[in-house]
Design a protein around this ligand. Structure first.
Ligand code: PHB
Ligand code: FE
Length: 318
């Protein structure tokens, strides 16, 4: 590792890419080009790229830099999905082992995240990412997902979020009723039958833009998330994904996945359902904290089926 720079941060090298940070910015460089991002936005995107293991398809940190997941290897790119870069043949891509990219990204995130800054938190609920190096925040960046073996809240499994468990209702969800359903199980089935208030459960989430699998049946993954401010990545889909807006509203910019050309704006209000096509990129804006259900199809044969035209990019024609 390099010596720390005058601001206290180390430089990182990944193939031909170089990453440095100063008080305000992440600076990226590669053979033939360079790029600058506000460091708070860079760290929020980096946090998600690592914890989602490069997600489905493309994680654009912004309109220039990002990763495309090939589920084992990863394309790390600059300008690959940017019409201006492509037209001038200025794009740059390296295909690297996912494990190597994740390890380097994790080291960079740990070094560049200051005490008090939580890349998963809403801007109004975290300290600043800026300034010279000031401590670290391992608790925020090393969150571990809890894996349930039965329905959440059932005896012997992970507990429901509650005040007692240190999960207070979020400041923007104080209007969400916290009452729990009554369950009247037949004698002998008390340990088999269960129900809980899912809105109350989600209202206690302390992270934003971080879908958590809440049911997995074969390849069907239903993921709840609480959203506030901007989705820190521009997601390029390699399959269709469905959104169910559970509360409040999110405004989506939807663009062509390859070029970024605008395709649609969708303002989703509570109860709205949308299928995001397999050939788009999108970024959401949540003016106040909202609840979103993201339904993903984890079938690993899908990217190839869309790429070769075996499946249409949109699942429904109206
Ligand atoms: C998405 O890219 O589809 C996405 C990612 C994170 C979220 C919500 C949606 O929290
Ligand atoms: Fe998406």
């Amino acid at each position: 590792m390099s010596d720390a720079n005058q601001y206290g941060y180390h430089a990182y090298k990944l193939g031909g890419f170089n990453f440095t940070r100063d008080e305000y910015f992440a600076h990226l460089a590669w053979p033939g080009g360079s790029h600058t991002m506000p460091v708070d936005a860079f760290l929020r995107a980096l946090m998600r790229d690592i914890s989602w293991n490069f997600f489905y398809g493309t994680v654009n940190f912004d309109t220039v830099f990002g990763t495309t997941n090939h589920y084992g290897t990863v394309d790390v790119f600059a300008g690959l999905y940017n019409a201006g870069y492509r037209n001038q043949n200025k794009h740059y891509v390296e295909t690297l082992k996912g494990d190597d990219v994740r390890a380097l990204f994790a080291a960079m995130l740990a070094d560049w995240t200051n005490e008090g800054f939580d890349p998963f938190a809403a801007p109004a609920e975290t300290g600043s990412a800026f300034g010279p190096k000031r401590g670290s925040n391992p608790d925020a960046i090393n969150r571990k997902r809890m894996v349930a073996s039965r329905m959440t809240g059932m005896k012997g499994d992970i507990p429901l979020r509650s005040d007692a468990a240190g999960n207070p209702v979020n400041r923007q969800f104080t209007d969400v009723p916290q009452d729990e359903p009554e369950v009247h199980a037949e004698p002998g089935f008390e340990n088999e039958v269960h129900a809980f208030n899912f809105f109350a459960y989600v209202s206690r989430s302390d992270v934003t833009w971080n879908p958590s699998v809440c049911s997995a049946v074969k390849d069907s993954q239903v993921c709840a998330t609480t959203e506030e401010f901007i989705l820190p990545i521009i997601h390029g889909n390699d399959r269709v994904e469905w959104f169910v807006q559970l509360s409040d509203e999110i405004h989506w910019d939807i663009q062509d996945r390859e070029t970024g050309a605008p395709r649609a704006r969708a303002v989703m209000k509570a109860g709205d359902v949308a299928a995001m096509p397999a050939d788009i990129r999108h970024q959401g804006y949540s003016p106040k904290r909202s609840m979103l259900l993201v339904w993903e199809n984890n079938d690993s044969t899908l990217p190839e089926k869309y790429a070769t035209g075996k499946l249409k990019a949109n699942p429904v024609d109206f």
